[in-house]
Design a protein around this ligand. Structure first.
Ligand code: ADP
Length: 350
């Protein structure tokens, strides 16, 4: 549905986006994820036509649109700041794109009624944007976008101004709308949880480059590089070298058996929730895939308890497990032993 080939953007002498290839399938939900300034909005603006590419070619639905103006690209936008017209009612805001397309009044009324019902705003037609909560205003923004059935919807941090509960609720609504409408969506966020929850495909951006593209599961369980490993989820990372019998050895003496080979610059990664807290007697006798240390810090974060531990070798690791109802078993100063399955060791080759 969307294809970028060697598309780059330079502002003055500054490269905001290095030459990039990117494809979005029809009906796909693709999220551009990355820290601030990594080039996410630049890609969105290049697709919408708000910004002209310095190099490369953009195709939409099989047609070269590189030089086609924004209004002729058939794309809908949803913005973080809602961009509603403050003096217009909810009805008029949503009706606006249909009015400028010259639809008959009766048809406009029917379509507006239909989309307001879809976003749960039936009965709010006469209100002005300032009489709505942030979440309701963004629902109007979404309704105004979907009312004319664009083939592609671009969303730039649409939930960025909302509080956590509202963001969670709106994520579910956006997912439902995507399933119902089947529209191709390109979504921008710096929030990894939001990206993992919403997307078919996540495109991770780093300083104007695509770092990794894949399903949420691929990014989490098979990060392609250090940046991906550190940006998505929490990681315990160790530099390793090959030891005897194919076991990998970290500088603090920790031994790993990932069943893979280490080269120069290799690291291994184990996610905190894969570490199983065990009693010393339950540790494997060969001491492979084992860490022990003194607890620095215990934080109870609702469903999960996060424990940071310092090893005798001076390194630290983090273990996370489902919180237990009974009083917590672990406290700072305690000794903690953890082990993990070989299948949970992720190799990052340097
Ligand atoms: P993100 O959306 O990931 O936060 P952007 O795509 O907005 O990042 O910006 C990427 C880089 O390009 C940033 O360093 C930003 O300062 C720069 N940039 C964006 N727009 C302009 C512009 N109009 N003029 C100059 N630099 C810009």
């Amino acid at each position: 549905m969307i294809r970028l080939e060697g598309v780059g953007k330079i502002y003055g002498g500054f490269t905001a986006l290095h030459r990039t290839d990117l494809s979005v399938r029809r009906g796909e939900f693709l999220t551009l994820l990355g820290p601030s300034g990594s080039g996410k909005s630049t890609i969105l603006n290049l697709i919408s036509g708000a910004v002209a590419a310095t190099s490369g070619r953009i195709d939409i639905d099989g047609r070269d649109v590189t030089d086609v103006p924004a209004r002729e690209r058939g794309i809908g936008m949803v913005f973080q700041n809602y961009a509603l017209m403050p003096h217009m009612s909810v009805f008029d805001n949503v009706a606006y794109p249909l009015k400028i397309r010259g639809l008959p009044k009766a048809q406009i009324a029917e379509k507006v009624r239909d989309v307001l019902a879809r976003v749960g705003l039936t009965g709010f037609e006469a209100r002005k944007p300032r009489q709505l909560s942030g979440g309701q205003q963004q629902r109007v923004g979404i309704a105004r976008c979907i009312v004319y059935s664009p083939k592609i919807i671009l969303m730039d941090e649409p939930l960025g101004a909302l509080d956590k509960n509202m963001r969670d609720q709106m994520q579910e609504e956006i997912k439902r709308l995507h399933t119902e409408l089947g529209t191709t969506i390109v979504y921008v966020t710096h929030d990894q949880e939001e990206a993992l929850n919403l997307s078919d495909t996540v495109c991770l951006m780093e300083t104007g480059n695509v770092s990794q593209t894949g399903s949420p599961e691929e990014l989490y369980f098979a990060p392609a590089n250090m940046f991906a490993a550190q940006f998505i989820g929490e990681s315990n990372l160790f530099d390793v070298v090959r030891g005897e019998g194919g076991v990998l050895r970290a500088s603090d003496g920790t031994l790993f058996w990932p069943g893979a080979d280490a080269g120069p610059g290799s690291k291994v990664l184990v996610r905190p929730e894969k570490l199983r807290i065990v009693d010393e007697g339950q540790l494997p006798p060969d001491r492979v895939n084992v860490l022990s240390g003194e607890i620095d810090h215990v934080s109870f974060v609702g469903g999960m308890t996060r424990v940071s531990v310092r090893t005798a070798g001076g390194t630290s690791f983090v273990a996370k497990s489902i919180s237990e109802r009974a009083a917590l078993r672990v406290k700072p100063g305690d000794r903690l032993h953890v082990t993990w399955d070989a299948g949970d060791v992720i190799m990052l080759n340097g």
